[in-house]
Design a protein around this ligand. Structure first.
Ligand code: GTR
Length: 668
């Protein structure tokens, strides 16, 4: 450690925050009325009438108002130097994504006191360089963003996080990949975007004592963490634009939550950022402060007094006196593309207030002859709107998910790169409900195993209308039994006593609840079409998780994060399976892809796969004539069964259902 940070450099001390004991308002009816300041007004209060007037007078004025009242003075630029050599490594990411990984230590400023930040950059390595890059800061160090043992562990102070394996304020091996579900590198690289990140605490550790570094009476507009993080982002940009692999005109700044606030402030002040993306940034970010809903100025400045300038706290309870509001921050992004993402259950961030700020910021784009968000009707859940200013509110809680990145990339494809987003097999968002267990099957689901472990249609041999949900490898009756509320694997010495669903499907959402058993390390699996195995395995302690661990798509990709639960606990998989497409000769014409959630965590993110790689598939190991016939039909129709695997362990299954996504499902 021993590094100076910007917190020290700016001698930041803030007046102690307002003690906040109020109840947040979550009642839309109690929000009240308010009047917003004009986001394109100059000091005389009159709206700019031309782009020139906005640029010369209104824009500098609006920036100054936000500096004085919310974020504090912007830090001045500083020379950036690479310390040591930039590390470049060619790596193969899950889904066979060829990538180049760059790591660099950047000294921001001169002298011993200058902070050093470590930048991690993944680039697609497929001849498409230079590429657009999405740059965002992270919460727990670069190593937590992606499970790659080659990523440097930062020497900086980290907040302790027991679940992430950080307990001495220092990065650990155990913390590798802990937040990978928030940073979907392979998926974004496949879309042609580079992904850059750095730890925010490299320049300003996120802790209130940081403000106690010096003077007792800081000026009312003294900068805080947001200003330091915005400065860090701009300095990283200084370096990114020197790289031949990076498109200088297409670096977007992105941030989630508190770091979304920082991304907005960075993008507002530094017009070299070609686009700005806020993910659930809430109060002090994209949400209007004048709306009394969710987190308030009183709440945020008392809990995080070090984030903003001291004057911001003085507006607690008198938001109407603020000479600006957060739509003024958004308006400073114009005419560049702006994307704002919210989540329905993230009421603390006020999703509606984030949408309304986009609407209120629109005059800044209109002044430029652009349309802005172009609607004042809040869109339904999971339905992105807007072409220059985009917005979505997805189902679910405060998190940063693959869905958010994918919709952000759809938006940037059009708004920044002028190209159409790929038309994927997109059957809407996939962030399944995984609690409480057992989860109620949705409409259209075909239940194979009931919530009590009973097997739909019974377990006996049958045909026609009586055909049971599963047959054995030989096509006959299964010998698995219902025990302790689950359909239990009848473990065989040869480890091939699998059960094969009689329903076949091509593209489908699959839900399976299961509990492992101690023998053979709780090994089992969901064999999709009998060809692609999602692992079931006792692997709670495996950090970072490996290819044989639970959550892995065996032989294709280890899980993004270890989401396994201990032996015997009921666990849950939800899988979106898009089968490969084949031509008449059986050759794959388009790879399949798969997204999987395990126990509430995203473990596979749009992983691509083609020909199966496991030597243990039921069409090889323990194969029967019946299974040869199943395999042949997969090649002919593209549709296949779900196979529950026997691997010598008495794993139990319950509440297993399939929801076909296309018309290719066949029920017996
Ligand atoms: C919360 C804070 C929010 C948001 C969030 C986060 O505690 O109240 O403003 O920034 O933290 O960054 O996770």
């Amino acid at each position: 450690m021993g590094r100076a940070t910007v917190g020290c450099l700016v001698s930041l001390v803030m007046a102690s925050g307002v003690a906040w004991s109020g109840e947040p308002n979550f009642d839309e009816a109690r929000v009240g009325t308010y009047t917003l300041p004009d986001p394109i007004a100059g000091p005389d209060g009159a709206a700019a009438k031309s782009v020139e007037a906005w640029r010369a007078v209104a824009r500098p004025h609006q920036l100054a108002v936000l500096e004085e009242n919310v974020f504090g003075r912007r830090l001045t630029s500083a020379p950036v130097a690479v310390v040591g050599a930039v590390e470049r490594a060619d790596v193969m990411l899950p889904g066979d994504v060829r990538a180049r990984r760059l790591q660099a230590r950047l000294r921001l400023g001169t002298g011993d006191a200058a902070p050093i930040t470590e930048v991690l950059l993944f680039l697609p390595h497929d001849g498409r360089e230079p590429v657009p890059v999405l740059l965002g800061l992270n919460f727990l160090g670069n190593q937590a963003e992606y499970p790659d043992p080659g990523i440097w562990l930062p020497p900086s102070w980290l907040p302790n996080d027991e679940a992430a394996g950080i307990d001495q304020h220092l990065a650990t091996e155990a913390s590798r990949g802990w937040l990978a579900h928030r940073w979907p590198v392979p998926a974004m690289l496949k879309r042609g975007y580079g992904m850059a990140t750095a730890y925010c605490g490299d320049v300003f550790p996120d802790r209130p004592p940081e403000r106690d570094a010096a003077a007792a009476q800081p000026s009312a507009d003294a900068p805080g963490a947001m200003a330091a993080w915005a400065w860090q982002l701009s300095r990283i940009l200084d370096w990114l634009v020197t790289l031949p692999e990076v498109r200088k005109d297409a670096v977007a700044v992105v941030g989630f939550s508190r770091l979304g606030k920082a991304a907005l402030w960075a993008g507002a002040g530094d017009e070299r950022f070609a686009a700005v993306v806020s993910m659930e940034s809430g109060c002090g970010g994209a949400a209007l402060s004048r709306r009394d809903y969710g987190e308030s100025i009183a709440a945020i400045t008392s809990r995080f007094p070090h984030w903003f300038c001291p004057r911001f706290a003085s507006f607690a309870g008198r938001e109407a006196d603020l000479p600006c509001d957060q739509h003024c921050l958004l308006a400073l992004v114009a005419p560049r593309p702006l994307y704002v993402a919210s989540a329905v259950e993230d009421r603390w961030s006020d999703p509606r207030g984030e949408f309304l700020a986009c609407v209120a910021a629109e005059p800044a784009w209109r002044l430029h002859g652009l349309e802005g968000i172009a609607t004042s009707d809040a869109p339904p859940t999971d339905t992105p709107v807007g072409r220059t200013v985009g917005y979505h509110v997805r189902a679910g809680r405060h998190e940063l998910l693959a869905y958010d990145w994918q919709r952000c990339a759809d938006f940037l494809d059009r708004a920044l790169l002028g190209r159409m987003p790929p038309t994927a097999d997109d059957h809407g968002a996939f962030h399944p409900l995984q609690a409480p267990l057992p989860v109620q099957p949705p409409a259209g689901a075909v239940v194979l195993v009931e919530a009590d472990g009973g097997v739909a249609g019974g377990a006996g041999e049958g045909s026609g209308a009586d055909r049971p949900a599963f047959v054995s490898m030989g096509g006959g009756a299964i010998d698995w039994k219902v025990r302790d509320g689950g359909l239990e694997v009848e473990a065989s010495g040869r480890r091939s006593n699998h059960v094969v669903s009689t329903v076949t499907f091509r593209d489908a959402d699959i839900h399976a609840e299961f509990a492992t058993s101690p023998e053979a390390s709780g090994n089992s699996g969901l064999y999709l079409h009998g060809l692609y195995e999602l692992q079931i395995f006792d692997s709670v302690a495996s950090r970072p998780p490996q290819m044989q661990d639970e959550g892995a798509l065996y032989r294709f990709a280890p899980p993004l994060v270890n989401a396994a639960l201990p032996t015997g606990a009921w666990q849950v998989y939800d899988v979106r399976f898009i089968a490969p497409r084949r031509d008449a000769a059986g050759a794959i014409t388009r790879p399949g892809h798969l997204t999987a959630w395990l126990n509430g965590k995203l473990v596979q993110d749009a992983i691509e796969f083609a020909e199966p790689r496991s030597p243990y598939t039921p069409y090889k190991h323990g194969v029967t004539d019946f299974m040869r016939g199943v395999e042949k039909r997969i090649l002919e129709t593209g549709a296949g069964p779900l196979v529950l695997q026997d691997h010598g362990s008495r794993v139990r299954f319950r509440n297993v259902w399939i929801r076909p996504l296309d018309g290719a499902a066949v029920s017996p």
